[in-house]
Design a protein around this ligand. Structure first.
Ligand code: NAD
Length: 255
């Protein structure tokens, strides 16, 4: 039985990169509707226009919100349930990588995930249409294997792993049947990584990086999105998954 068909998803950072590709992958598998949540409204409107050419227009909505602001973020949850009458999948995907503004990285990658997870744990049990619902938090491969030196970013993503594992193991939340899953994408071809290599490291640095660090080779966002579908089907609450290249998602075995 499909875990995606007929469900409604809310995806933060859904206007770009991996988040947009998650929306497309879930819609292809029969999602009833998605709310793309993003702070950038021009990207959001453009993403909706693109997806509405591929899927029925009523299946794709955009809501502008800042994940670091609880009131603004909760507005997106209210918008989703008002429009679709239910909510079954929440993906905390919004994130940034820029070591020059570490406070902003912590605010978005840590605070944004905490706010979104607590809202999801409140809304999903009340508004899901089925027997179980899903909270998916997006960490990163560099939380596990720091092959590039981005310590604040790696630290924020390590937080996401620890926080999500604990939420997934919490008996109260297990009774509420919200499955909590963490995905660690490998390096992916999106504005986030391209801005890092273009602005912070210089234009030729990427080729040097790939030569010296094979893990730095970028995968298309479609691969990461395919991994999301694998994880939704196979993941148990609290589990953490690496998604890299064309291989199926691999579960991390913690001691
Ligand atoms: P991206 O820059 O393409 O997309 C991120 C989106 O988040 C943007 O649309 C941006 O406007 C939005 N956003 C930023 N701050 C926000 C806020 N305060 N409120 C709401 N939205 C906000 O980046 P991406 O590569 O698609 O990244 C998606 C997620 O995947 C991030 O959590 C990132 O850390 C993670 N990740 C990316 C890679 C990679 O190599 N690209 C690897 C591992 C993990």
């Amino acid at each position: 039985m499909s875990v995606i068909k007929g469900k409604v998803a809310l995806i933060t950072g859904g206007a770009s990169g991996i988040g947009l590709e998650y929306a497309r992958a879930l819609l292809k598998k029969g999602l009833k509707g998605v709310v793309l949540v993003d702070v950038n409204s021009s990207f959001g409107e453009a993403a909706v226009t693109t997806l509405r050419k591929e899927f029925a227009p009523g299946k794709v909505l955009f809501h502008q919100a800042d994940v670091t602001d609880k009131q603004s973020f909760e507005g997106a949850f209210q918008f989703a349930v008002q429009h679709y009458k239910h909510l079954d999948i929440v993906i905390n995907n919004a994130g940034i990588l820029n070591d020059k503004i570490w406070e902003k990285q912590v605010a978005i990658n840590v605070n944004g995930v905490v706010i979104g997870s607590l809202l999801a744990m409140d809304y999903l049990p009340k508004y899901t249409n089925g027997d179980e619902s899903f909270l998916i938090n997006i960490a990163s491969i560099v939380a596990i294997d720091p092959f590039i030196c981005v310590p604040i970013y790696s630290g924020t993503k390590s937080f996401v792993i620890g926080f999500s594992r604990a939420l997934g193991a919490e008996p109260h939340y297990q009774r509420s049947k919200v499955k909590v899953l963490t995905i660690c994408p490998g390096v992916t071809d999106t504005p986030l990584i391209n801005e890092m290599s273009g602005k912070n490291l210089g234009p030729d640095y990427e080729a040097v990086l790939i030569e010296e660090i094979p893990q730095f080779k970028k995968q298309p966002p479609e691969y990461v999105a395919k991994g999301l579908v694998d994880v939704l089907v196979k993941g148990t609450s609290g589990s953490v998954w690496v998604v890299e290249g064309k291989e199926p998602a691999v579960e991390i075995d913690f001691p």
